[in-house]
Design a protein around this ligand. Structure first.
Ligand code: DP6
Length: 335
């Protein structure tokens, strides 16, 4: 990690007018995303600047919807999925800290109401869509009219993967090189892949024992394999973009699976070891490998948790639904 003395507030301040012009209400939606080439490791923990560039596919209509309105009783309120959260909860604190970057000490008490429509059974993280939706709603609420790449940079300061959730479809997050991170932003690829399916397989909904931030830090500090990761991720990104361009599903699936396994190898070689898998995760992987041996074009990817995301095309949908009855299917480009 760098000794970067630039903090979030100093970066944001350069883009804001002196006088805020708050509205009474704003709302926004941002999709969740699944990385095919993973972000794993920060070169700057304050700004969430990554060690490597990454690439994801967005989950279309599945994500977070955030509404911001004025709070009449003078205190901030944070709601998540129709429940009022205590002000000292982790989620409330993160949301209010982020809002404060834009409110800059002015007394504008707010209600921030977030609803995730990601199927709860899917076991997907929601910090990416959550911070992207919050950023978009703040942009509207304070009439900031920021460029999309600035919105992506600011969402990244909430959670790295949120930089990608500002866009839909295939999205590449360039690591950038500037100390203030303003070139560490996502952009959308033009490509679409109408036949692409993502199958969510939840093997556990328990909270992950080590969150991504701490997991990344531990991996960087202790894994002897980690130094090979940025190079691996760099070449996977090129292979994936080429596979997407050529709609070469086998190349895309194999590269995404290899990338996820390489990331997990760096985690497992950390100390203490970071093993996000459960026995059931490995059982699903083995089922996928057997299906592939039998000629079904299916691959998987996994994040910092035990759940799997299968990658396949519509031609394999019915056979996979029979194999994995609990799977939830998303077609990112269906409309
Ligand atoms: C394994 O974006 O959740 O899902 O920046 O600390 O909030 P923070 O981490 P986060 O990490 C996501 C890690 C990943 C890979 C990915 O989505 O690229």
């Amino acid at each position: 990690m760098s000794n970067n003395s630039i903090n979030k507030a100093s970066v944001v301040n350069r883009y804001l007018q002196d006088r805020l012009e708050p509205k009474d209400y704003a709302d926004a939606f941002a999709p969740s995303n699944i990385a095919l080439c993973k972000y794993w490791g920060k070169r700057d923990g304050e700004l969430n600047l990554p060690v490597n560039s990454s690439l994801s596919v967005s989950l279309a209509h599945l994500g977070s919807h955030t509404k911001i309105s004025r709070s009449e009783d003078g205190s901030d309120k944070v709601r998540l999925n129709n429940k009022d959260l205590p002000s000292d909860s982790d989620f409330s604190r993160k949301v209010i800290d982020f809002v404060d970057l834009f409110r800059r000490g002015q007394k504008i008490p707010l209600i921030v109401d977030t609803r995730n429509n990601i199927p709860t059974a899917a076991g997907l993280a929601s910090s990416a869509s959550g911070f992207a939706a919050l950023m978009l709603a703040l942009d509207d609420f304070f009439s900031l009219n920021l460029d999309k790449s600035v919105l992506s940079a600011f969402a990244r300061m909430g959670s790295g993967s949120a930089s990608r959730s500002i866009y839909t479809g295939f999205v590449r997050w360039d690591m950038g090189s500037r100390a203030d991170g303003m070139d560490s932003v996502a952009s959308q690829l033009d490509n679409r892949w109408p036949d692409l399916c993502i199958g969510l397989i939840k093997v556990s909904s328990a909270r992950k024992p080590v969150d991504s931030r701490s997991g990344m830090q531990r991996t960087i500090e202790t894994s002897k394999l980690y130094p090979s990761w940025p190079e691996q991720a760099g070449s996977d990104l090129i292979t994936l973009e080429q596979a997407i361009d050529e709609q070469n599903f086998a190349q895309m699936g194999a590269c995404a699976e290899k990338n996820a396994m390489s990331m997990h190898a760096t985690m497992m070689s950390a100390w203490p070891p970071l093993v996000y898998w459960l026995p059931e995760s490995l059982a699903v992987m083995q089922q996928v490998w057997q299906l592939r041996e039998a000629g079904v074009a299916v691959y998987f990817t996994m994040d910092a948790g035990p759940n799997l995301k299968l990658l396949f095309e519509t031609a394999s949908l019915s056979v996979l639904q029979t194999e994995f009855p609990i799977m939830e299917v998303i077609q990112p480009f269906s409309d």
